[in-house]
Design a protein around this ligand. Structure first.
Ligand SMILES: NC(=O)c1ccc[n+]([C@@H]2O[C@H](COP(=O)([O-])OP(=O)(O)OC[C@H]3O[C@@H](n4cnc5c(N)ncnc54)[C@H](O)[C@@H]3O)[C@@H](O)[C@H]2O)c1
Length: 439
């Protein structure tokens, strides 16, 4: 199959590369010339484990290329995927679909022969209808079928997720579109990945329902963690105790500083808005959004309490900035609210992240960036683990105790255990475990 991928960000680049690796002929298009120039020079615009090697191999095999020229790529394609951003619209939180509709207009002008146009971007119910309307208005003669194929990959594990998905969801309104998408994903049926073919609107909603459910699960265990702290229970054991129940499942039950990232915050908000507009508000998800927002700031207060009630004039070392490990994505990362909260309380912040510092710099002010975890901790009154990068999982606590001015360790990811940290003289505060509270 000849495929054009419109948008070469996280999803477009990973999906396009993996589809090329399945044997398809893929052109990844982006309107950002710097991104395309970097890709053509073999430099990845994002940090994603394994991506550079997979891109290089498929470029070398002649199956994958990058361009800013949408028209020829679309004209030659059997299927055109739209993988542009759908950020929160300022003001009401609904998904900003301006990039999707702009792409649809450009595609309409370029299609040649029967083409399936597939929205891979996360888009609210009914967006496929509007994409189809736009294309038919501009090119009434075009032979186009519009389908939905939401993407479920996780940043940091994106290639594995794309190649071994739990399921593929295809929303198609006619047999031809279904046939083309089945052909595109055929290499995965051989791996027995279930394919669920639904109507277009159902596929669109399935993506939001999945993300809202996962965000709810995280928020649920975070609230249970708070309760654990008040009643002397251990959230990790509670999570294991419920997670071993197959009806619940163990994943997404790690208590922490609140969810962030490029998807959950905007997708939960967009679902809330869709449901309100439809006259069937999703109150549970509305509450999840509110609870999670409050939690990020509450984490800054937790650090202040761990430091004895004030951080004015103190230096706080923050380890981990990205919303999760193995990515350089800073979109809606909890670290942003936590650091700003600490600065508002009068702290100086030093920070270190293995991959996220360049992306963090424009988003934060007055932060001193360090070379590694120990450099970050040098002279600090307290150390806060915000993101559980592997590099922070086995820190030399004796060395930390030596270089730090204070002995406070706030572990917002429950990476360490109480006894081993206390042995080095630290006051240890974690999430939802005995001894998680203030000094
Ligand atoms: N990031 C994730 O983990 C993830 C996972 C599943 C789904 N999604 C969804 O996938 C979509 C894309 O997300 P992302 O994280 O890849 O976004 P991104 O911001 O990383 O990438 C989007 C890219 O599209 C390009 N673009 C915009 N308009 C264009 C146009 N008209 N022509 C060509 N290129 C254009 C931009 O320059 C940018 O490079 C979103 O809807 C998101 O919700 C993301």
């Amino acid at each position: 199959m000849r495929i054009a991928m419109i948008g070469s960000g996280y999803v477009g680049l990973v999906s396009g590369t993996c589809l090329a690796d399945f044997g398809h002929q893929v052109v990844c298009v982006d309107k950002d010339p710097a991104k395309i120039e970097a890709l053509n020079a073999g430099r990845m615009p994002i940090y994603e484990p394994g991506l550079d090697a997979l891109v290089a191999e498929n470029v070398q095999q002649g199956r994958l290329s990058f361009t800013t020229e949408l028209k020829p790529a679309v004209a030659a394609a059997d299927a055109v995927f739209i993988a542009v951003g759908t950020p929160s619209r300022r003001g009401d939180g609904f998904a900003d679909l301006s990039f999707v509709f702009a792409a649809a207009r450009e595609i309409a002008e370029a299609v040649d022969g029967f083409t399936v146009v597939v929205t891979k971007s996360t888009v609210p119910v009914g967006t496929g209808d509007e994409v189809e309307r736009i294309i038919r208005e501009i090119r009434p003669d075009a032979e186009v079928s519009v389908a939905s194929n939401p993407e479920f990959l996780r940043e940091g594990a994106a290639i594995g997720d794309f190649k071994r998905p739990d399921r593929i969801v295809v929303g198609a309104e006619d047999a031809r579109a279904e046939e083309v998408l089945r052909e595109i994903y055929r290499p995965l049926f051989l791996n027995q990945a279930p394919i669920l073919v639904t109507g277009r609107r159902t596929a669109e909603l399935t993506k939001y329902a999945a993300n809202a459910f996962l965000a709810t699960k995280i928020t649920f265990i975070n609230e249970i963690a708070d309760l654990c702290e008040q009643v002397g229970a251990d959230v990790q054991q509670v999570a294991r105790g419920i997670g071993l129940d197959n009806r619940i499942g163990a994943k997404f039950l790690h208590a922490g500083p609140g969810y962030g990232g490029s998807c959950f915050p905007k997708d939960t908000l967009a679902l809330v808005k869709t449901a309100q507009d439809a006259g069937t508000p999703v109150r549970l998800v509305e509450t999840v959004v509110a609870v999670n927002d409050q939690r990020k700031r509450a984490m800054a207060r937790k650090v202040v309490l761990a430091c004895g009630g004030s951080v004015r004039g103190k230096t706080i070392a923050v380890l981990g900035l990205t919303f999760k490990p193995n990515t350089d994505d800073m979109r809606d990362a909890p670290a942003l609210s936590i650091i700003t909260g600490l600065q508002d309380a009068g702290a100086q912040v030093r920070a270190y992240d293995p991959e996220g510092m360049e992306a963090a710099k424009p988003l934060l002010r007055d932060v001193a960036y360090a070379r590694d975890a120990y450099d970050c901790a040098e002279g600090a009154d307290a150390l806060v683990i915000v993101t559980e990068w592997n590099a922070f999982r086995a820190l030399d606590l004796a060395r930390l105790a030596q270089v730090m001015a204070g002995r406070v360790l706030v572990d917002l990811r429950n990476v360490y255990d109480h006894a081993s940290v206390q042995r080095h003289g630290f006051h240890y505060v974690s999430i939802g475990r005995p001894g998680s509270g203030e000094a």
